[in-house]
Structure formats: structure tokens, C-alpha cells
Write a protein that binds this ligand. Sequence first.
Ligand code: PLP
Length: 414
Amino acid sequence: MTTETGTIVNIDLKKIREDFPILKKQVNGKPLIYFDNGATAQKPKAVIEAITKYYSEQNSNIHRGVHTLSREITVEYEHAREKIQKHINARYVHEIIFTKGTTDGINLVAHCFGKLYIQEGDEILLTEMEHHSNIIPWQLLCEEKKAKLKVIPINDKGELILDELDQLISSKTKLIALTHISNTLGTINPVKAIVAKAHRKNIPVLVDGAQAIPHTKVDVRDLDCDFYVFSGHKVFGPTGVGILYGKEKWLNAFPPYQGGGGIIKTVTFEKTEYAESPLKFEAGTPHIEGGIGLAVALDYINEIGLEHIHIYETELLQYATNQLTAIPGLRIIGTAKEKASVISFIVEGIHPFDMGLILDKLGIAVRTGHHCTQPLMQHFGIPGTIRASFAFYNTKEEIDVFTEGIKKAISMLR
Ligand code: PLP
């Protein structure tokens, strides 16, 4: 298709929408309009089929069996790891750890990094726009070690105030953990510049990529971050699986996160010798079909091309922003210059929850509430927002229906 700016993008909407069976669904008698992609994205047939194939033809445990099924699925699972390594351009395959998701990856780093490097009085630097998943693990660590959390503030557009960074970093700062893209505001943070600044002071950086991975090309070597975490389910893959990328030097130094089968070289009652990364961090039977399904999801988006996805989603964002700003009493929360296809808004005199219920009656799925970013809500002095988050299978026609739905809800609720 050709965009309004004349750019040709490889988005064949008809075909793409055919690939996602759920998009044919009716909700409350209306065609489903799914604008809750920030919470979880829908799955293409290729991913659903890979999972079905695993259970109907391949089911067996990995890394342990000599029999054919086990050997074959081990190869496929490790091949999935390699695809993920290539997708984010990690240097080594052993820098790719399968986790349960973003939350699990952050907890792993907080636990292992904290155990080795955090002492009383040390500081960990976050930002005001973090998801609770990138706050609470650090808070728990700080409570345990008597360390301190510090926070990079944001301006009223929802951009980080980086002028304050120099002041916030001290000789006690041991780690910076920040989101690549805000799930609530859509702000794209200048992660590469922040990493460069942190590294000049020998401070490692963890990047929460939960919202970035479905929208942008992520190159961990270019970003030079120390850790990058994301979830499968937000990038059109299965739930219950995710990735922690960690630089080799950290993963070699870290102790295991959890004890269990699969992480060892030898075990006696006196002492256990551990395997190298990634197995050292993958105790127990993993989410085998999840890892395989995640690699299939990445293949799927790569076939469309992340640059095409970016152009198309930017156009959707622009279109929706124009439509929504024309509605009297509606205020968009998060107007950063660099933004992904996420729009949070409030409407004067209307509770987000009530708006969400009416939109649901019209078949429109949006997220309402604090989006697991309560400190951000405190910054804006609001209890919550209505959030529409778009994916490449969404359309301008859906945005038109959404806009009319908001207007209808306003007339009903006022
Ligand atoms: N970080 C961000 C920015 C998110 O948007 C989310 C989920 O919404 C998470 C972390 C947590 O992801 P998960 O629940 O998949 O672990």
C-alpha cells in the first residue's frame, strides 16, 4: 500500500488480517476492534500452528533425552534461541536466556545483580514512567540491601528530563533500569544516549523492551545496553515466555537465579557445579512451545519488515491523534516528540472505566486504568487513562469507529 506521504509500505492489510483468526470475531454483536495491543498482541496463524504442531507431533522434553522426539525438539528449541539472537543482534547465543516474560527477566537481573553488587547505601536509578514490573523488583532489592531508589523525572509531555541525569548519577549509582517505550504514554526514550552516558561512569543499564520489541528494530549491540528484556506475548508470540539478553560478562559472573534440573554440570550433596549460560539460568522444564512460537512470531514480523510496520503504525498514530484532539474535552496524556502507536487520554468529567465499558459494548477493546504505572498517574494527578494501542493489523476505518464510539460515550455519560 501507499501511505498518505507517498511511501510504499509492505502492508497488505487484507492478507495480514486474514492471518489473525481472532480479528474475525464479533464482540457484543459488533466486529472486534482490538486496540489493546500494549497489554497483549494477537497471534498469527503461523504461531498458533507451531504450538498445535508441537503438541500434536513433537511433544517431548528437551536437553535430556536420547530418543528421536527429544533430540529433534531440542534442535528446534535451540534454533529458536539462535533466531532470537539474530533478531536483536546479540553477539552470542548464550547471551539469550528464555524467561517467563519481561517481569521474570527483570526479577532475574535484580536478584543476581543485587546479590553480587548491591550494598547498603548504593543507588539504583529508574524513571518516572516505569511499569510496576521495572519498579517493584528494584524496590524489593533496595529494602533487602538498604539501598536507595532514585528516579529520573519527566516533563508534562511525558519525556525524560535528561538535564537532571548528571545530578542524579552519583558515585553510589550501581545500575540504571529504564523502559525503551512507555506502555502508557508511548514515549520512545533515547536509550542509546542514556547508555553511553551511563557507561562513561561505568554504570550498567537494563532496558525494559516489552513495548519496543513489537514496534521497532532492536539492536542490543548498537544500544550497547547490558541487559534487554521482553515478553513473547506482546510481540505476537505465546504468553508465558520471554527473553533476557545479558552481556556475556554479566551472565558469566551471575550465580544461578533458581535451583533445579537442567542448570548443572554435576551434583553431589556437598556441592553443585553449574552449567554455563544460558542453561545456568533456565532451571526446570522450560516453555518449549513458547520459545519455538516466539521465534515463529519474530519470523512473521520480519517477513512484513519492522521498517514497514513502523511507517504504517506512525501513520495510524497520526491519524488517531488528529481525530481525538478534535473531540472537545478530550486530553491526550503523553505528547512526546518521539512516540510509538499508543494513545492515552482522559475526557473531562468522565471516568475512564465508564468510557471503557461503553466502548466494549461497541466491540472496541481498549485498556482503562493506571496501566501498572501508578507513579506516572501521580505525576499527572489523574487516577487513570483510556489507552488505545495499535498494531499493524489495525486500520483507519477502525479508528473512525473508535472516534464515533468515544463521541457516543461522551453524549451518553454527560
Ligand atoms: N514493562 C512494560 C513497559 C510493560 O508494558 C509490561 C506489560 O504491560 C511489562 C513490563 C510486564 O510484562 P509481562 O507482564 O509480560 O511480564
